[in-house]
Design a protein around this ligand. Structure first.
Ligand SMILES: Nc1ncnc2c1ncn2[C@@H]1O[C@H](COP(=O)(O)OP(=O)(O)OP(=O)(O)O)[C@@H](O)[C@H]1O
Length: 260
């Protein structure tokens, strides 16, 4: 008789992706992608434009249906237990999705309503989320008045309202000036350190990777490496993440959309 082995709840990864592929017609955007995000870790999904990062996010968030492989959020299969899985997930997509003519407060209250959160609870969560991202004093202004970095921070606040345990961010710092980039990175890293959130941070900017992060290297729809930064450097016999990336992908220095 087959014995079923169950992973204890505390050991279940925040996100498990196993053997997931996706194609747009003839264009294979993802091929047998597997990765894991342990609880409470900051994981960088590193890949150039077109690597498949946004496609993977669309599958994890169920914008697209994954027809191959398996995706689990804290153990819940996103197809069979979609509600349980998505309740634990917060997302900041690459394109902006705020209502410019509503105030910060109204944008967040609207999102609370979508999650069935209302009244005093919604107001308390909104105030707390705005404070977390340093925008408490801007609550009654229209979003139209915010800078790019402030808008991003508001989107992060919005993603926290239903108190997720796993946060996905797709190229959150693209187009921001250096000061705004730093503040966005700092806020998200602090959520990992202080609140124990697990984060999947998609980027093509190597200087956003810290030595203590885990890295998933995605190139042309395939995962070429998963592990810690020291493991990546040892594996490639290089000194920097950008050199390691170039070596693994065969991308020559000075070409491609590399930064830092
Ligand atoms: N809706 C779509 N229809 C057809 N092809 C698509 C679609 N979305 C993505 N692709 C293709 O799938 C591949 C992966 O794209 P994807 O957007 O996931 O990459 P990415 O790593 O997020 O890059 P970027 O940061 O430029 O969005 C690319 O070849 C892209 O052209």
């Amino acid at each position: 008789m087959a014995v079923e082995h169950r992973t204890p709840e505390a050991e279940t990864p925040a996100l498990l992706v196993r053997d997931v592929s996706h194609a747009f017609g003839e264009n294979r955007a993802l091929s047998d992608v597997s990765l894991e995000i342990p609880r409470g870790r900051f994981v960088v999904l590193l890949g150039l434009n077109g690597a498949g990062k946004s496609t993977l996010f669309s599958l994890i968030t169920r914008l697209y249906d994954n027809v191959t492989g398996e995706i689990r959020i804290f153990g819940a299969d996103i197809r069979r237990r979609a509600t349980a899985a998505l309740q634990r997930l917060g997302v900041v997509f690459q394109s902006r999705t705020l209502d410019l003519d509503l105030t910060l407060h109204q944008n967040l209250l609207y999102h609370c309503a979508l999650h069935g959160i209302s009244g005093a609870d919604a107001r308390a969560r909104t105030a707390q989320a705005l404070a977390t991202v340093g925008l408490a004093d801007r609550a009654e202004e229209k979003v139209r008045n915010l800078s790019g970095g402030q808008s991003r921070r508001l989107e992060i606040a919005r993603s926290l309202l239903h108190r997720p345990s796993l946060l996905l961010l797709d190229e959150p710092t693209v187009g921001l000036d250096i000061g705004s980039r730093e503040s966005v990175v700092k806020i998200v890293r602090s959520l990992v350190e202080k609140e124990g959130l697990a984060v999947l941070w998609a980027t093509h900017l190597f200087d956003e990777v810290l030595p203590t992060d885990l890295v998933v290297l995605l190139h042309k729809g395939r995962v070429l490496f998963t592990g810690s930064v020291p493991e990546l450097l040892a594996h490639t016999e290089t000194q920097t993440v950008s050199d390691a990336f170039r070596k693994m992908t065969g991308t020559a220095a000075g070409t491609g959309e590399l930064a830092a």
